[in-house]
Structures are given as structure tokens and as C-alpha cells.
Design a protein around this ligand. Structure first.
Ligand code: AMP
Ligand code: GLY
Length: 424
């Protein structure tokens, strides 16, 4: 079978790596991919939003299954177009992907169906939003409705910060149309956890829980990033809480989408805040998380191709997932300056020290090959992911591998997984 993976991040490298282990997958294409994906498949120079280009490629190369990594093509309707062309594709269609593409749609749905989430108000004009802020309790969270590359959420501890966020989104239009509508939301305290589930619209199978580290600096300080590291399992979630989340959050959401005539298939990623053992939804994403996918796929014992295929064939009820008892920890190596300005084109050294290892893998994100050498090409560059008998061992294995990698300006957090150890 031939598989096309759409995307270029660590998540896509992890998917390509895992699919390359399937006895049923003969060829893997990655569009556009990175230096790492070119080691497990064939990179194709087509951007993720060039939907006609991707369809043409899938048709002429007789691709059997396309897996879409990032949210942008999903919200643009890549799944609708592939299906129209008679091509098998894993992911939600455009109307279902609105769960991530529009925070207002998501919040309204959660409210309508009584799914636990923060209280909120929604505004389409800055003056009314400002009027509301005068009486709103602080801290509060202001969110741009549309996609903003992870930068559309601002936690405001003062009135000034809140007013500034309204100006940024609604007047300066920092994220264009994404800020036409804003959500002003109650601030939730607690511990964050991500739960990802695969669904064919009827059956929902949660993946092993993982915890992301969004802030750029140690101790969860500094601005949010796409994710500076992740680990799985996540001890903050007990099996009882997981069952509770499935029953009271994931299942009602999938049912709500069906009731709204927006059948949801693919990965549903719930960002949750846990307090006193109870979870509330912070956000939904319509795709695998990055970097959560890296440790999660390292622990998955099933053939990923069969799982994804079953999801596209509405046969997920026949699948049961099995997980390694080992722990996996992924430390993201980023370019100094990320998530703000950073330099690229730096030569990466030391990767060869990890080649051939099966317990530590360097998943590539922003990398490319120039004259046979691997150089940096993005903010998040590598996700060094280690598997070991315990989280403590996986952390030390990951960090000792991290030390063998170098480039001018490499930056990483030194406390990935520390929270998990406190919980054990
Ligand atoms: P989102 O993209 O909606 O998940 O927001 C990004 C990050 O902002 C989350 O991972 C949380 O760390 C934080 N956040 C979002 N909404 C809230 C909230 N209502 N209360 C506290 N923190 C939040
Ligand atoms: N790690 C956060 C995300 O994938 O959105």
C-alpha cells in the first residue's frame, strides 16, 4: 500500500516512522516533509495548502491512504476534496474541522450540549468587548476565533492587558480575519492534559494520554509555543478520570457533532484542564498533537496503518489498541529566539550518534538537507524521544541523547517530564 502524509513537522516524521514499520505499507510519501522524513520515505515538494496539487499527486501515484497532519488543510476542506475525487483520506472534513478552526463554533457547541468548559462571552465589535471588560473578573482569557498559529490566546491578569488583547485581535488585526470575533473566557486553574482519540464517527478509541509543555522556558514560564516537549503516560490522569473524560466529554462531543450534521472522523484532540479530579475542555484540535504524537506513537504497539485504515472504513469497532508499559519522553530542540524571531540554516551535528537506535529517536521538525548536510529550517527543529522502563529513565535517556546534538543557537527546556515524576 502507498501512503501520503501531508505535513512537515515532528508529528509527521513520527507518523512516517511508525507507518514504515507496517508490513502493509510499501511506500510512504511526505508532502513537503523534512530531512528526517526523507530517511523513511520520499519527500514531495507540494505545500500543505495546495489541495489540487496533492490530489493530482495522490491520483497519479495511486496513493491508497492520505493522512493529514496539520489543521490548515483540514480547515480548508482537504478531506472533502479528496473524498470527492474518490481518494481515501484520514481526517475530519471542513465542517467537522471547524471544531478547531473556529473557537466560537466550539464554545457554542460545548455550551449547547452541556459539555464542561470555561464560561465565555463572544464579541464581534471592540467597543462592546471593552464595555464588558469593565465589569469582568480577572484574570481572564481572550481568544481570537480563527487559526492563529498557536498565538491567538492571551491570558490577561490586568484590565490593561485585556484591552491590549482586544486591540491586537480586533483593531490591529494581528491575525487577520481570525480576530474578527473574539471570545472572552473565564480563566481556569489546574493542570493541563491532552487526550487524543481516534474516531470513525461512531467508535471512539482514546490514545494513551500525553502531557505537553507549551511554555518556552523551564517552570512553564514565558510565552506559549507549539510545544517544547511531551511525555506519555501522563500520571495526572487516573484510569477512572480517563473513563470519565470519555463518557462526559469525548462521547458527547462526537454525538453533538453528529446531531449538528457534522459527522466527525479522524483524530479528536481535547486540551483539558483538570482540577480536583474533574476535567473541563480548554480547546479542541482536529488532528494529532505535536509533539504529543512522538511519545505516543513510540508506545503504540499496533500497526498504525491498520488503525488509520479502519477509521476511514468505519471499522474502528474491530480495533483495540495496545500500549507498551514503557514511558516515552520527547524533548524539543528549538532555534534560539523561538517562538519569536530566530535564525535558520545552522548546521546540525551529532545526529549520526543516534542513528540505528530504537530506544531513542530524533524526530525531525524544522530541518532540511543542504548539500548532504542537515541544517535548521524552523523554530522547532528536533524532538529527541526516548523510551525506557520508567519516566525517570526516559527523561535521563532523552537528555543524554540531547547532549550529543549541537548547532549554533540550540535551545531546549531542561525540565521536560519533571511534573510527571512529582505525580508518581
Ligand atoms: P488553547 O489554544 O485554547 O488551548 O489555548 C492555549 C493555552 O492557553 C492552553 O493550552 C492553556 O495553557 C491556556 N488557556 C486557554 N484557555 C484557558 C482558560 N480558560 N483558562 C486558563 N488557561 C487557558
Ligand atoms: N502541542 C500542541 C498542539 O499540537 O496543538
Amino acid at each position: 500500500m502507498k501512503v501520503l502524509i501531508v505535513g512537515a513537522g515532528g508529528r509527521e516524521h513520527a507518523m512516517a516512522w511508525k507507518l514504515s514499520k507496517s508490513g502493509r505499507v510499501g511506500k510512504i510519501f511526505i508532502a513537503p516533509g523534512n530531512a528526517g522524513t526523507s530517511e523513511v520515505g520520499v519527500n514531495v515538494d507540494i505545500t500543505v495548502d495546495d489541495i489540487p496539487g496533492l490530489i493530482k499527486f495522490a491520483e497519479s501515484n495511486r496513493v491508497d491512504l492520505t493522512v493529514v497532519g496539520p489543521e490548515l488543510p483540514l480547515t480548508l476542506g482537504i478531506v472533502d476534496e479528496f473524498r470527492k475525487a474518490g481518494l481515501r483520506v484520514f481526517g475530519p472534513d471542513r465542517r467537522a474541522a471547524e471544531l478547531e478552526g473556529s473557537k466560537a463554533f466550539c464554545k457554542d457547541l460545548l455550551r449547547k450540549y452541556n459539555i464542561p468548559s470555561a464560561e465565555y462571552e463572544k464579541f464581534t465589535d471592540a467597543a462592546t468587548a471593552r464595555e464588558y471588560l469593565k465589569t469582568a473578573a480577572l484574570p481572564l482569557v481572550i481568544k481570537a476565533d480563527g487559526l492563529a498559529a498557536g498565538k491567538g490566546v492571551i491570558i490577561c491578569r490586568t484590565q490593561e492587558e485585556a484591552e491590549r488583547a482586544i486591540s491586537l485581535f480586533m483593531e490591529e488585526r494581528a491575525f487577520g480575519n481570525a480576530g474578527e470575533t473574539v471570545i472572552v473566557e473565564e480563566f481556569l486553574e489546574g493542570e493541563e492534559v491532552s487526550i487524543l482519540a481516534i474516531t470513525d464517527g461512531t467508535t471512539i478509541i482514546p490514545l494513551a494520554p500525553a502531557q505537553d509543555h507549551k511554555a518556552v522556558f523551564d517552570g512553564d514560564k514565558g510565552p506559549n509555543t507549539g510545544g517544547m516537549g511531551a511525555y506519555s503516560p501522563a500520571p495526572v490522569l487516573t484510569p477512572a478520570m480517563e473513563a470519565d473524560i470519555l463518557e462526559n466529554i469525548l462521547e458527547p462531543t462526537i454525538q453533538a457533532m453528529e446531531d449538528e450534521d457534522r459527522l466527525y472522523t479522524g483524530v479528536l484532540y481535547a486540551g483539558l484542564m483538570i482540577k480536583n479530579g474533574k476535567a473541563k475542555v480548554l480547546e479542541y484540535n482536529c488532528r494529532f498533537g505535536d509533539p504529543e504524537t512522538q511519545p505516543v506513537l513510540m508506545r503504540l504497539e499496533n500497526d498504525l496503518f491498520e488503525v488509520l485504515l479502519a477509521a476511514t472504513e468505519e471499522e474502528l469497532d474491530e480495533v483495540s489498541l495496545s500500549w507498551s508499559n514503557n514511558s516515552a519522553v520527547c524533548v524539543v530542540l528549538a532555534s534560539a529566539g523561538y517562538p519569536e524571531k530566530y535564525e535558520t540554516g545552522k548546521k546540525i551535528s551529532g545526529l549520526e550518534k543516534l542513528s540505528g537506535r530504537t530506544d531513542v529517536i530524533a524526530f525531525h521538525a524544522g530541518t532540511k538537507k543542504v548539500d548532504g548536510e542537515v541544517v535548521t529550517a524552523g523554530g522547532r527543529v528536533l524532538g529527541i524521544t526516548a523510551l525506557a522502563a520508567s519516566t525517570v529513565d526516559a527523561i535521563s535517556k532523552a537528555y543524554s541523547a540531547v547532549e550529543s546534538i549541537e548547532w549554533d543557537g540550540v535551545y531546549y527546556r531542561t525540565d521536560i517530564g519533571a511534573k510527571a515524576i512529582q505525580k508518581i
